[in-house]
Write a protein that binds this ligand. Structure first.
Ligand code: UDP
Length: 456
Protein backbone atom coordinates (compact mmCIF):
# COMPACT_ATOMS: atom_id res chain seq x y z
CA UNK A 1 0.00 0.00 0.00
CA UNK A 2 1.36 3.43 -0.93
CA UNK A 3 2.08 5.64 2.05
CA UNK A 4 1.14 9.25 1.48
CA UNK A 5 3.50 11.67 3.14
CA UNK A 6 1.84 14.39 5.23
CA UNK A 7 2.09 17.78 3.54
CA UNK A 8 4.11 20.67 4.89
CA UNK A 9 1.99 22.69 7.27
CA UNK A 10 1.77 26.46 7.59
CA UNK A 11 0.43 27.97 10.82
CA UNK A 12 -1.39 31.26 10.27
CA UNK A 13 -1.81 33.44 13.34
CA UNK A 14 -4.80 35.62 12.54
CA UNK A 15 -5.91 38.91 14.05
CA UNK A 16 -9.58 39.03 15.11
CA UNK A 17 -10.52 42.14 13.11
CA UNK A 18 -12.61 42.02 9.93
CA UNK A 19 -10.02 43.79 7.75
CA UNK A 20 -7.30 41.41 8.97
CA UNK A 21 -9.13 38.06 9.13
CA UNK A 22 -10.39 38.19 5.54
CA UNK A 23 -7.00 38.60 3.84
CA UNK A 24 -5.43 36.06 6.24
CA UNK A 25 -8.00 33.45 5.21
CA UNK A 26 -7.35 34.38 1.58
CA UNK A 27 -3.62 33.88 2.16
CA UNK A 28 -4.45 30.46 3.61
CA UNK A 29 -6.40 29.60 0.44
CA UNK A 30 -3.50 30.64 -1.77
CA UNK A 31 -1.02 28.52 0.18
CA UNK A 32 -3.44 25.60 0.32
CA UNK A 33 -3.67 25.75 -3.48
CA UNK A 34 0.14 25.42 -3.50
CA UNK A 35 -0.06 22.15 -1.57
CA UNK A 36 0.34 23.23 2.06
CA UNK A 37 -1.83 22.11 4.97
CA UNK A 38 -3.16 25.13 6.80
CA UNK A 39 -3.82 25.72 10.48
CA UNK A 40 -5.52 29.01 11.38
CA UNK A 41 -4.79 30.04 14.97
CA UNK A 42 -7.33 32.59 16.14
CA UNK A 43 -8.74 34.15 19.28
CA UNK A 44 -12.10 33.26 20.82
CA UNK A 45 -13.17 36.84 20.28
CA UNK A 46 -14.41 37.34 16.66
CA UNK A 47 -13.51 33.78 15.73
CA UNK A 48 -14.02 32.60 12.13
CA UNK A 49 -16.51 29.84 11.40
CA UNK A 50 -14.52 26.63 10.68
CA UNK A 51 -17.47 25.23 8.69
CA UNK A 52 -16.89 27.89 6.04
CA UNK A 53 -13.34 26.63 5.49
CA UNK A 54 -13.38 22.82 5.51
CA UNK A 55 -9.85 22.61 4.06
CA UNK A 56 -8.28 24.27 7.09
CA UNK A 57 -7.63 23.17 10.66
CA UNK A 58 -8.59 25.74 13.27
CA UNK A 59 -6.97 26.37 16.62
CA UNK A 60 -8.68 28.51 19.22
CA UNK A 61 -6.34 30.55 21.42
CA UNK A 62 -8.12 31.72 24.58
CA UNK A 63 -7.32 35.40 25.04
CA UNK A 64 -8.93 35.45 28.52
CA UNK A 65 -10.53 38.86 28.29
CA UNK A 66 -12.34 39.71 31.51
CA UNK A 67 -16.10 39.19 31.31
CA UNK A 68 -17.79 42.37 30.08
CA UNK A 69 -14.62 43.81 28.45
CA UNK A 70 -15.47 46.67 26.11
CA UNK A 71 -14.67 45.25 22.65
CA UNK A 72 -15.51 48.44 20.78
CA UNK A 73 -13.10 50.48 18.72
CA UNK A 74 -12.31 52.67 21.75
CA UNK A 75 -10.74 49.77 23.62
CA UNK A 76 -8.93 48.24 20.67
CA UNK A 77 -5.34 48.77 21.79
CA UNK A 78 -5.77 47.34 25.32
CA UNK A 79 -7.46 44.31 23.71
CA UNK A 80 -4.62 43.82 21.25
CA UNK A 81 -2.07 44.09 24.07
CA UNK A 82 -4.06 41.54 26.09
CA UNK A 83 -4.18 39.13 23.14
CA UNK A 84 -0.43 39.46 22.61
CA UNK A 85 0.17 38.71 26.29
CA UNK A 86 -2.41 36.01 26.86
CA UNK A 87 -2.27 33.82 23.74
CA UNK A 88 1.40 32.91 23.92
CA UNK A 89 1.17 29.76 26.04
CA UNK A 90 -1.65 28.19 24.05
CA UNK A 91 0.19 28.73 20.76
CA UNK A 92 3.43 27.44 22.29
CA UNK A 93 1.80 24.25 23.58
CA UNK A 94 0.05 23.57 20.28
CA UNK A 95 3.16 24.08 18.18
CA UNK A 96 5.24 22.00 20.57
CA UNK A 97 2.75 19.14 20.17
CA UNK A 98 2.70 19.53 16.38
CA UNK A 99 6.49 19.42 16.25
CA UNK A 100 6.42 16.11 18.10
CA UNK A 101 3.81 14.66 15.76
CA UNK A 102 5.11 15.84 12.40
CA UNK A 103 4.91 12.45 10.77
CA UNK A 104 1.13 12.54 10.98
CA UNK A 105 0.41 16.24 11.00
CA UNK A 106 2.98 17.36 8.44
CA UNK A 107 6.23 19.20 8.98
CA UNK A 108 5.59 22.59 10.51
CA UNK A 109 7.20 24.69 7.80
CA UNK A 110 6.62 28.11 9.27
CA UNK A 111 4.40 30.44 11.26
CA UNK A 112 2.91 33.37 9.38
CA UNK A 113 1.53 35.99 11.74
CA UNK A 114 -0.48 39.14 11.23
CA UNK A 115 1.62 42.25 12.06
CA UNK A 116 -0.66 42.94 15.03
CA UNK A 117 -0.14 39.42 16.45
CA UNK A 118 3.59 39.92 17.07
CA UNK A 119 3.57 37.55 20.09
CA UNK A 120 3.72 34.69 17.58
CA UNK A 121 7.24 35.68 16.62
CA UNK A 122 8.67 34.97 20.07
CA UNK A 123 6.79 31.64 20.28
CA UNK A 124 8.15 30.57 16.89
CA UNK A 125 11.65 31.69 17.88
CA UNK A 126 11.57 29.68 21.13
CA UNK A 127 10.60 26.56 19.18
CA UNK A 128 13.04 27.26 16.33
CA UNK A 129 10.24 27.49 13.77
CA UNK A 130 10.79 30.02 10.97
CA UNK A 131 8.36 32.94 11.06
CA UNK A 132 7.06 35.32 8.39
CA UNK A 133 5.01 38.49 8.80
CA UNK A 134 1.78 39.15 6.94
CA UNK A 135 1.14 42.86 6.41
CA UNK A 136 -2.47 43.66 5.64
CA UNK A 137 -1.68 47.34 5.08
CA UNK A 138 0.37 48.71 2.23
CA UNK A 139 4.02 49.60 1.82
CA UNK A 140 3.35 53.36 1.86
CA UNK A 141 1.83 53.03 5.33
CA UNK A 142 4.81 51.19 6.80
CA UNK A 143 7.10 53.77 5.24
CA UNK A 144 5.10 56.63 6.71
CA UNK A 145 4.86 55.00 10.12
CA UNK A 146 8.63 54.58 10.30
CA UNK A 147 9.21 58.25 9.46
CA UNK A 148 6.38 59.31 11.75
CA UNK A 149 7.80 57.53 14.80
CA UNK A 150 11.28 58.83 14.04
CA UNK A 151 9.97 62.41 13.85
CA UNK A 152 8.21 62.00 17.18
CA UNK A 153 11.40 60.76 18.78
CA UNK A 154 13.49 63.59 17.34
CA UNK A 155 11.11 66.48 17.89
CA UNK A 156 10.45 68.02 21.24
CA UNK A 157 8.00 70.66 20.01
CA UNK A 158 4.61 69.89 18.53
CA UNK A 159 3.97 70.90 14.95
CA UNK A 160 1.95 74.14 14.65
CA UNK A 161 -1.42 73.52 12.99
CA UNK A 162 -0.40 75.96 10.22
CA UNK A 163 2.18 73.41 9.02
CA UNK A 164 -0.16 70.43 8.70
CA UNK A 165 -0.46 70.92 4.95
CA UNK A 166 3.34 71.03 4.44
CA UNK A 167 4.88 68.04 2.69
CA UNK A 168 6.69 65.53 4.89
CA UNK A 169 10.34 65.50 3.78
CA UNK A 170 11.09 62.28 1.91
CA UNK A 171 7.49 61.10 1.84
CA UNK A 172 6.10 62.90 -1.19
CA UNK A 173 3.10 63.25 -1.73
CA UNK A 174 2.19 62.91 1.94
CA UNK A 175 1.60 65.99 4.07
CA UNK A 176 1.90 66.04 7.85
CA UNK A 177 -1.86 65.75 8.16
CA UNK A 178 -1.80 62.49 6.17
CA UNK A 179 0.51 60.81 8.68
CA UNK A 180 -0.92 58.22 11.07
CA UNK A 181 0.04 60.64 13.92
CA UNK A 182 0.16 64.15 12.40
CA UNK A 183 2.58 65.60 15.05
CA UNK A 184 0.30 68.49 16.07
CA UNK A 185 -0.94 66.77 19.23
CA UNK A 186 0.88 64.48 21.66
CA UNK A 187 0.45 60.77 20.95
CA UNK A 188 -0.72 58.70 23.93
CA UNK A 189 2.04 56.44 25.23
CA UNK A 190 -0.02 53.28 24.56
CA UNK A 191 -0.27 54.18 20.85
CA UNK A 192 3.48 54.74 20.53
CA UNK A 193 4.23 51.49 22.36
CA UNK A 194 1.95 49.59 20.03
CA UNK A 195 3.14 51.22 16.81
CA UNK A 196 6.78 50.45 17.57
CA UNK A 197 5.83 46.77 17.39
CA UNK A 198 4.47 47.32 13.90
CA UNK A 199 7.71 48.46 12.31
CA UNK A 200 9.96 45.72 13.70
CA UNK A 201 10.69 42.39 12.04
CA UNK A 202 12.14 40.68 15.16
CA UNK A 203 13.36 37.19 14.13
CA UNK A 204 11.09 36.96 11.08
CA UNK A 205 12.46 36.03 7.69
CA UNK A 206 10.04 37.72 5.32
CA UNK A 207 7.25 40.19 4.75
CA UNK A 208 4.19 39.00 2.84
CA UNK A 209 2.32 41.96 1.34
CA UNK A 210 -1.24 42.35 0.20
CA UNK A 211 -0.06 44.74 -2.48
CA UNK A 212 1.61 44.48 -5.85
CA UNK A 213 4.89 45.70 -7.32
CA UNK A 214 2.98 47.65 -9.98
CA UNK A 215 0.97 49.56 -7.41
CA UNK A 216 3.74 50.40 -4.97
CA UNK A 217 7.02 49.97 -6.74
CA UNK A 218 8.89 52.93 -5.23
CA UNK A 219 7.58 52.44 -1.67
CA UNK A 220 8.52 48.76 -1.75
CA UNK A 221 11.96 49.59 -3.15
CA UNK A 222 12.51 52.12 -0.37
CA UNK A 223 11.45 49.65 2.32
CA UNK A 224 13.69 46.91 0.96
CA UNK A 225 16.66 49.15 1.77
CA UNK A 226 15.55 49.47 5.39
CA UNK A 227 14.67 45.81 5.82
CA UNK A 228 17.53 44.15 4.01
CA UNK A 229 17.47 41.21 6.39
CA UNK A 230 14.01 40.05 5.25
CA UNK A 231 12.59 38.84 1.95
CA UNK A 232 9.63 40.59 0.35
CA UNK A 233 6.72 38.79 -1.32
CA UNK A 234 4.10 41.09 -2.87
CA UNK A 235 1.24 38.80 -3.80
CA UNK A 236 -1.79 41.10 -3.83
CA UNK A 237 -4.51 42.00 -4.26
CA UNK A 238 -5.31 38.81 -2.33
CA UNK A 239 -9.01 38.82 -3.14
CA UNK A 240 -8.13 38.58 -6.84
CA UNK A 241 -5.75 35.67 -6.26
CA UNK A 242 -8.43 33.35 -4.85
CA UNK A 243 -11.89 32.26 -6.01
CA UNK A 244 -14.58 34.72 -4.82
CA UNK A 245 -15.93 33.60 -1.46
CA UNK A 246 -17.45 35.44 1.45
CA UNK A 247 -15.09 35.55 4.42
CA UNK A 248 -16.78 38.24 6.47
CA UNK A 249 -17.27 37.85 10.23
CA UNK A 250 -20.56 39.80 10.11
CA UNK A 251 -23.91 38.91 8.62
CA UNK A 252 -24.34 40.25 5.11
CA UNK A 253 -27.64 41.74 3.99
CA UNK A 254 -27.87 40.29 0.49
CA UNK A 255 -31.21 41.91 -0.26
CA UNK A 256 -29.30 44.99 -1.39
CA UNK A 257 -28.26 43.05 -4.51
CA UNK A 258 -31.94 42.78 -5.56
CA UNK A 259 -32.19 46.53 -5.04
CA UNK A 260 -29.04 47.14 -7.12
CA UNK A 261 -30.49 44.94 -9.89
CA UNK A 262 -33.23 47.54 -10.33
CA UNK A 263 -30.88 50.52 -10.66
CA UNK A 264 -29.41 51.99 -13.84
CA UNK A 265 -25.85 51.15 -14.84
CA UNK A 266 -23.13 53.18 -13.06
CA UNK A 267 -25.74 55.22 -11.22
CA UNK A 268 -25.30 54.22 -7.56
CA UNK A 269 -22.88 55.60 -4.96
CA UNK A 270 -21.92 52.81 -2.55
CA UNK A 271 -20.93 54.08 0.90
CA UNK A 272 -19.10 52.12 3.57
CA UNK A 273 -16.71 53.22 6.28
CA UNK A 274 -15.47 49.70 7.07
CA UNK A 275 -15.69 47.61 10.19
CA UNK A 276 -14.17 49.90 12.84
CA UNK A 277 -14.55 53.59 12.02
CA UNK A 278 -17.05 55.62 14.02
CA UNK A 279 -18.85 58.87 13.16
CA UNK A 280 -20.38 61.73 15.11
CA UNK A 281 -24.13 62.17 14.97
CA UNK A 282 -23.74 65.54 13.26
CA UNK A 283 -21.60 63.96 10.49
CA UNK A 284 -24.39 61.47 9.88
CA UNK A 285 -26.85 64.30 9.35
CA UNK A 286 -24.54 66.16 6.94
CA UNK A 287 -23.83 62.97 5.00
CA UNK A 288 -27.54 62.19 4.82
CA UNK A 289 -28.47 65.62 3.44
CA UNK A 290 -25.46 65.72 1.11
CA UNK A 291 -26.59 62.39 -0.35
CA UNK A 292 -30.23 63.39 -0.56
CA UNK A 293 -29.46 66.74 -2.23
CA UNK A 294 -27.08 65.16 -4.76
CA UNK A 295 -30.10 63.32 -6.22
CA UNK A 296 -27.92 60.27 -6.94
CA UNK A 297 -29.08 56.78 -5.94
CA UNK A 298 -27.05 55.36 -3.05
CA UNK A 299 -26.49 52.19 -1.07
CA UNK A 300 -25.23 53.09 2.40
CA UNK A 301 -23.76 50.70 4.96
CA UNK A 302 -24.27 51.95 8.51
CA UNK A 303 -22.99 49.46 11.08
CA UNK A 304 -25.07 49.32 14.24
CA UNK A 305 -23.12 51.17 16.94
CA UNK A 306 -20.97 53.11 14.48
CA UNK A 307 -22.71 56.45 15.10
CA UNK A 308 -21.64 57.85 18.44
CA UNK A 309 -24.58 58.13 20.82
CA UNK A 310 -27.06 56.04 18.81
CA UNK A 311 -27.85 52.40 18.27
CA UNK A 312 -28.32 52.56 14.53
CA UNK A 313 -30.10 55.11 12.32
CA UNK A 314 -32.73 56.41 14.72
CA UNK A 315 -31.14 59.89 14.55
CA UNK A 316 -31.54 60.31 10.80
CA UNK A 317 -33.73 63.35 10.01
CA UNK A 318 -37.42 62.48 10.09
CA UNK A 319 -38.09 63.76 6.57
CA UNK A 320 -35.00 62.03 5.10
CA UNK A 321 -36.91 59.08 3.67
CA UNK A 322 -39.45 61.32 2.02
CA UNK A 323 -36.70 63.50 0.57
CA UNK A 324 -34.81 60.61 -1.05
CA UNK A 325 -37.93 59.23 -2.75
CA UNK A 326 -36.78 55.58 -2.88
CA UNK A 327 -33.43 56.61 -4.29
CA UNK A 328 -31.50 55.20 -1.35
CA UNK A 329 -31.02 51.98 0.58
CA UNK A 330 -29.41 51.62 4.01
CA UNK A 331 -28.11 48.27 5.27
CA UNK A 332 -26.20 47.15 8.37
CA UNK A 333 -23.54 45.19 6.47
CA UNK A 334 -23.26 44.42 2.75
CA UNK A 335 -21.58 41.74 0.64
CA UNK A 336 -19.09 44.45 -0.30
CA UNK A 337 -17.06 42.77 -3.03
CA UNK A 338 -20.26 41.65 -4.78
CA UNK A 339 -21.67 45.15 -4.46
CA UNK A 340 -18.57 46.84 -5.84
CA UNK A 341 -18.55 44.54 -8.86
CA UNK A 342 -22.25 45.20 -9.60
CA UNK A 343 -22.80 47.11 -12.82
CA UNK A 344 -25.18 49.56 -11.12
CA UNK A 345 -22.43 50.89 -8.84
CA UNK A 346 -20.71 53.98 -10.24
CA UNK A 347 -18.62 55.22 -7.31
CA UNK A 348 -17.39 54.16 -3.90
CA UNK A 349 -17.44 56.47 -0.88
CA UNK A 350 -14.91 54.83 1.40
CA UNK A 351 -12.95 55.32 4.61
CA UNK A 352 -10.03 53.95 2.58
CA UNK A 353 -9.10 50.94 4.69
CA UNK A 354 -6.58 48.98 2.63
CA UNK A 355 -8.93 46.10 1.77
CA UNK A 356 -11.64 48.49 0.63
CA UNK A 357 -9.08 50.52 -1.31
CA UNK A 358 -7.90 47.43 -3.19
CA UNK A 359 -11.46 46.22 -3.73
CA UNK A 360 -12.42 49.62 -5.19
CA UNK A 361 -9.37 49.80 -7.45
CA UNK A 362 -9.99 46.27 -8.71
CA UNK A 363 -13.47 47.29 -9.89
CA UNK A 364 -12.16 50.44 -11.60
CA UNK A 365 -14.34 52.70 -9.46
CA UNK A 366 -13.66 56.35 -8.63
CA UNK A 367 -13.42 56.74 -4.87
CA UNK A 368 -14.72 59.48 -2.60
CA UNK A 369 -12.16 59.31 0.18
CA UNK A 370 -13.11 60.05 3.75
CA UNK A 371 -10.23 58.67 5.79
CA UNK A 372 -10.53 58.59 9.57
CA UNK A 373 -7.45 57.07 11.16
CA UNK A 374 -4.22 55.06 10.78
CA UNK A 375 -3.33 54.00 7.22
CA UNK A 376 -6.59 55.38 5.82
CA UNK A 377 -5.17 58.89 5.44
CA UNK A 378 -2.13 57.61 3.57
CA UNK A 379 -4.30 55.48 1.28
CA UNK A 380 -6.62 58.40 0.61
CA UNK A 381 -3.74 60.66 -0.37
CA UNK A 382 -2.42 58.01 -2.77
CA UNK A 383 -5.87 57.52 -4.30
CA UNK A 384 -6.30 61.23 -4.89
CA UNK A 385 -2.76 62.39 -5.66
CA UNK A 386 -0.80 59.42 -7.01
CA UNK A 387 -3.35 57.21 -8.72
CA UNK A 388 -5.67 60.18 -9.41
CA UNK A 389 -8.82 58.10 -9.10
CA UNK A 390 -10.11 59.59 -5.86
CA UNK A 391 -11.39 62.81 -4.44
CA UNK A 392 -10.48 63.66 -0.86
CA UNK A 393 -13.06 64.94 1.59
CA UNK A 394 -10.44 66.78 3.65
CA UNK A 395 -12.31 67.79 6.76
CA UNK A 396 -13.99 65.12 8.76
CA UNK A 397 -17.02 67.27 9.38
CA UNK A 398 -17.77 68.22 5.82
CA UNK A 399 -21.01 70.10 5.40
CA UNK A 400 -23.86 68.96 3.22
CA UNK A 401 -23.09 71.39 0.36
CA UNK A 402 -19.50 70.15 0.05
CA UNK A 403 -20.69 66.55 0.10
CA UNK A 404 -23.37 67.17 -2.52
CA UNK A 405 -20.86 68.93 -4.78
CA UNK A 406 -18.33 66.16 -4.33
CA UNK A 407 -20.82 63.42 -5.23
CA UNK A 408 -21.93 65.27 -8.34
CA UNK A 409 -18.32 65.89 -9.32
CA UNK A 410 -17.62 62.15 -9.25
CA UNK A 411 -20.92 60.93 -10.71
CA UNK A 412 -21.72 63.63 -13.27
CA UNK A 413 -18.80 65.98 -14.05
CA UNK A 414 -15.82 65.60 -16.40
CA UNK A 415 -13.51 65.26 -13.38
CA UNK A 416 -15.36 62.06 -12.42
CA UNK A 417 -14.94 60.67 -15.93
CA UNK A 418 -11.19 61.30 -15.76
CA UNK A 419 -11.02 59.56 -12.36
CA UNK A 420 -12.92 56.57 -13.75
CA UNK A 421 -10.49 56.37 -16.68
CA UNK A 422 -7.52 56.35 -14.30
CA UNK A 423 -9.23 53.79 -12.06
CA UNK A 424 -9.87 51.48 -15.02
CA UNK A 425 -6.29 51.87 -16.12
CA UNK A 426 -5.04 50.85 -12.68
CA UNK A 427 -7.53 47.97 -12.58
CA UNK A 428 -6.00 46.71 -15.85
CA UNK A 429 -2.53 46.76 -14.30
CA UNK A 430 -3.70 44.82 -11.25
CA UNK A 431 -5.54 42.30 -13.42
CA UNK A 432 -2.23 41.69 -15.18
CA UNK A 433 -0.34 41.22 -11.85
CA UNK A 434 -2.66 38.48 -10.67
CA UNK A 435 -2.95 36.69 -14.00
CA UNK A 436 -0.69 33.75 -14.92
CA UNK A 437 2.89 35.06 -15.22
CA UNK A 438 2.04 38.38 -13.57
CA UNK A 439 4.24 39.76 -10.78
CA UNK A 440 1.93 38.74 -7.93
CA UNK A 441 1.46 35.23 -9.33
CA UNK A 442 5.20 34.83 -9.70
CA UNK A 443 5.77 36.17 -6.21
CA UNK A 444 3.28 33.65 -4.82
CA UNK A 445 5.25 30.86 -6.53
CA UNK A 446 8.44 32.28 -5.00
CA UNK A 447 6.80 32.37 -1.58
CA UNK A 448 5.68 28.76 -1.94
CA UNK A 449 9.21 27.67 -2.96
CA UNK A 450 10.67 29.67 -0.09
CA UNK A 451 8.39 28.02 2.49
CA UNK A 452 9.15 24.55 1.10
CA UNK A 453 12.87 25.36 1.28
CA UNK A 454 12.54 26.01 5.03
CA UNK A 455 11.85 22.32 5.64
CA UNK A 456 14.78 20.91 3.69
N1 UDP B 1 -16.94 44.89 4.22
C1 UDP B 1 -18.01 44.06 3.97
N2 UDP B 1 -19.25 44.59 4.08
C2 UDP B 1 -19.48 45.89 4.41
C3 UDP B 1 -18.38 46.73 4.65
C4 UDP B 1 -17.12 46.19 4.53
O1 UDP B 1 -17.85 42.87 3.67
O2 UDP B 1 -20.64 46.28 4.49
C5 UDP B 1 -15.57 44.30 4.13
C6 UDP B 1 -14.79 44.90 2.98
O3 UDP B 1 -15.09 44.19 1.78
C7 UDP B 1 -13.35 44.76 3.44
C8 UDP B 1 -13.45 44.79 4.96
O4 UDP B 1 -14.82 44.62 5.29
O5 UDP B 1 -12.82 43.54 3.00
C9 UDP B 1 -13.00 46.10 5.56
O6 UDP B 1 -11.62 46.15 5.55
P1 UDP B 1 -10.85 47.51 5.37
O7 UDP B 1 -9.38 47.20 5.40
O8 UDP B 1 -11.31 48.22 4.17
O9 UDP B 1 -11.28 48.41 6.59
P2 UDP B 1 -11.38 48.16 8.17
O10 UDP B 1 -12.67 47.52 8.41
O11 UDP B 1 -10.21 47.31 8.55
O12 UDP B 1 -11.30 49.53 8.72
Amino acid sequence: MAITKAKNRVILVACPLEGHMTPMIQLGSMLHSKGFSITVAHTEFNSPNPQNHPDFTFLKLPENLAAGTDTSFFNLLPILFAINNNCKDALHNYLDRMMKNQENEGTVACVIYDTLMYFADSVAFELKIPSLIFRNTNAAYLRSLRVNLQLYNEKTDLLPASRLLDPVPGLDPLRFRDLPNPLDVPVPEIVMQFQVNLIETRSSLAYIWNTSDELEDSDLTDLKQHYQQVKFFSIGPFHKMVPPKSTTLLEEDKTCIDWLNKQAENSVVYISLGSLAMMDGKDLIEMAWGLANSKQPFLWVIRPGSIKGSKWIENLPEDFEEKIENRGRIVKWAPQREVLSHKAVGAFWSHCGWNSTLEGICEGLPIICRPIFADQKVNARYLSHVWKMGILLENFSENRETIEKCIRKVMVDEEGKEMRKNALNLKGKLDACVSHGGTSSKSLNDLSDFIHSLTT
